[in-house]
Design a protein around this ligand. Structure first.
Ligand code: GTP
Ligand code: SPV
Ligand code: MN
Length: 657
């Protein structure tokens, strides 16, 4: 079934939301007629179109007119609905059950569609500098990737007309955050990928009561297509339709809209996640005075029974899920997870910062996850989960790098993510390094009682961190809110497999938001600065580095459950403990003996905690160059001042012994 091109509505001609949204309710019946005409003969396969609000009806109808699906399926998010889709996908070979568990499935993608594609992800604003900073001449901005509205219209017109031909268009109502909560927001995603439907059901709250909570209000519009209309012209690999050469992920912040084409994977296609909850939401947050950040939220209860909430921003694949579910090795400590990837935070009437996890599931990195490193994640994905691009054993278990010691039969035959037969010890890897599990948060044994509290939990500390093989101590405390913001602005990390970057170069990733920046980074810094109003208690800001290496390349710190020892130090600092740290040019570093190292074995304290003068002198130069070139005149004066003061402190450092 192909579509006569003359019948296709270009994107540019769709009346599109902004203008239609203005139409008064008096004109409703006229609009209704237009809606029905646009819907044309596209049948509603499931759900009642007439129960949708007029705004949703218009959205669905105009996009159906544009993308020409063979039918429309309005999702209700039930287990029954999911099971029908699963059965269909199993029959087709796209999913297969992992027989060792209850309702767990594995999926292998086209090997060309395995991670977020940062180079094809764009922010579309009328003025370029709403998106990017005034960078130095000849310097490409690395934060924010701008496209003009006219170019976007061309790009969309080259892709979306007729792109769902022969496929079903699913309509997914979803809430980010507890439905109807004061910090929550609603989106509607259209997609032709049933894998996306199944994943969105795990990762967000999908159910008919979202329509009730929405009423006739506006919502974030999410339009996604795998970009392969039927009949397909290219070979579909692994029953995973996608169009890697034509990938485009475009955001229109003023319109609160996301268009995604060509990829079915993770952050490219589960539009509630990075596209909505970070790139679009950070714009809403700026307008409304709150924060949308790439942060986990954890509750930590000390042996004295007192609980503290901490948020932490690490770049992709740098340890958020692991920290959020940490199993403490110190006796008497308890960690409970509120969220593992995204935090929406707003100051309350009492002046404290309250955070919610807008997601409902975990989309976690599989390799490295084991009973030893993250037992709580392992417990979470024993059922009702989807594993993408992991390997599978002949006995129906998942497998990936890091499970060598835990697998029952070490000689078992394994099918790699590419479908090849493989055994432990064979060359190469079994799972893709960015293979992931999607699991419902409520299945986490240590999920916090308040993880769905619509008011959120009070955040006392914010931690930044990244993979820093050299020079950066295990932990330091920043001097003030402003110094903490400056520290966030020069956050760096080794590249990981979460996006298309190759190699392990250390890259800038300010606030762990580089790939997710929704607007001009200078304005983002200013927004953080402005949040510190009189009467508010801003969190104390820390920096950690679990990934410092010795001269043989070995990690100096055991990490994972042992990270509780660092959290302990942080909480004691928060309570004003004296004598636990000494000032260095970058902040306060633990004094020897101030970290509980009981039972840890040998730790090379000096190497782990040192602030080497030579390293930081070079680093300070590089940071200045980065901020001057990348942020330029958009850099707030307060942050420039923090930079200059830190430079002076570093300059005064004695040469390394
Ligand atoms: P995204 O989901 O991409 O945002 O990643 P994330 O920040 O949640 O990272 P995650 O916790 O999934 O960890 C990524 C990888 O780092 C996994 O392979 C972990 O096993 C490894 N990792 C996490 N914490 C530690 C740690 O403390 N030390 C070491 N050495 N590795 C860690
Ligand atoms: C990340 O890359 O930070 C993720 C995975 O959390 S994705 O959803 O693909 O963005
Ligand atoms: Mn992430």
């Amino acid at each position: 079934m192909s579509v006569d091109p003359s019948l296709l509505t270009p994107y540019k001609n769709t009346t599109d939301n902004a203008s239609l949204r203005q139409i008064s309710e008096d004109a409703f019946y006229v609009v209704n007629e237009v809606v029905m005409r646009r819907l044309g003969h596209v049948p509603i396969l499931k759900g009642d179109f007439h129960l949708l609000s007029p705004k949703v009806q218009r959205f669905v109808a105009e996009k159906a007119e544009l993308m020409r699906p063979r039918g429309i399926f309005i999702c209700d998010g039930t287990q029954h609905e999911a099971q029908e889709i699963i059965d269909k996908l199993v029959e087709r070979g796209m999913l297969s059950p992992l027989k060792a568990y209850e309702n767990n499935y594995i999926c292998r993608t086209d090997p060309k569609d395995v991670a977020r594609v940062e180079s094809k992800t764009w922010m579309v604003t009328p003025d370029k500098y709403q998106t990017v900073c005034h960078t130095a001449e000849g310097v490409d901005p690395i934060m924010g990737h701008w496209m003009s509205p006219t170019q976007m219209a061309d790009e969309l017109d080259g892709r979306f007309p007729g792109c769902m031909a022969g496929r079903i268009m699913y309509v997914i109502p979803f809430s980010m955050g507890p439905i109807g909560g004061p910090l929550s927001k609603i989106g509607v995603q259209l997609t032709d990928s049933n894998y996306v439907v199944l994943s969105m059901r795990i990762m967000t709250r999908v159910c008919p009561s979202v329509w009730d909570a929405l009423g006739d209000n506006d919502f974030v519009r999410c339009i996604h297509s795998v970009g392969l209309p039927r009949p397909v012209k290219q070979k579909v690999v692994n029953h995973w339709p996608c169009n890697p050469d034509r990938v485009l992920i475009a955001h229109r912040p003023p319109e609160r809209e996301v268009w995604s084409f060509g990829s079915g994977y993770g952050g490219n296609s589960l539009l509630g996640k990075k596209c909505f909850a970070l790139r679009i939401a950070s714009n809403i947050a700026k307008d409304e005075g709150w924060m949308a950040e790439h942060m986990l939220i954890m509750g930590v209860t000390r042996p004295n029974g007192k609980e503290h909430f901490i948020a932490a921003a690490f770049p992709s694949a740098c340890g958020k899920t692991n920290l959020a579910m940490l199993e403490p090795t110190l006796p008497g400590w308890k960690v409970r997870c509120v969220g593992d990837d995204i935090a929406w935070m707003k100051f309350g009437e009492d002046g404290r910062l309250y955070g919610i996890n807008p997601e409902a599931g975990f989309f976690g990195v599989a390799p490295g996850t084991s009973k030893k490193t993250n037992p709580m994640a392992v417990a979470t994905f024993q059922k009702n989960s989807i594993f993408t691009n992991t390997a599978e054993t002949a006995t129906g278990e998942y497998y990936w790098e890091g499970l060598e010691d835990e697998i029952a039969d070490k000689n078992v035959e394994i099918t790699t993510w590419l479908g090849d037969k493989w055994h432990i010890g064979d060359p190469g890897v079994a799972a893709h390094p960015n293979s992931r599990f999607a699991a419902p948060a409520e299945q986490c044994p240590i999920i916090h009682d308040k993880w769905q509290d619509p008011q959120g939990v009070p955040i006392e500390a914010i931690i930044f961190g990244g993979r820093r093989p050299q020079g950066v101590p295990l932990v330091f405390e920043t001097k003030s809110w402003l110094h903490g913001i400056f520290t966030g602005s020069f956050l760096k990390s080794e590249a990981t497999a979460a996006a298309e970057h190759t190699g392990k170069s250390v890259m800038h990733d300010p606030f762990a938001m580089r790939p997710f920046m929704g607007y001009n980074f200078g304005q983002y810094l200013q927004h953080w600065i402005d949040l510190n109003k009189p009467g508010r208690k801003v969190p104390q800001i820390y920096h950690v580095n679990w990934f410092r290496r010795d001269k043989d390349g070995k990690f100096l710190w055991p990490g994972f459950g042992e990270n509780i020892r660092v959290i302990d130090w942080i909480l004691r600092r928060l309570e004003g403990e004296e004598g636990s740290g000494h000032e260095t040019p970058i902040g306060t570093v633990p004094n020897k003996g101030s970290l509980n190292l009981d039972g840890l074995g040998e730790v090379n304290w000096d190497e782990l905690m040192s602030v080497p003068a030579a390293y930081w002198k070079e680093d300070a130069k590089e940071v200045r160059k980065f901020l001057e070139q990348q942020v330029g005149p958009d850099l707030p004066a307060e942050i420039r001042k923090e930079m200059e003061e830190q430079e002076k402190r570093i300059e005064a450092l004695e040469k390394d012994a």
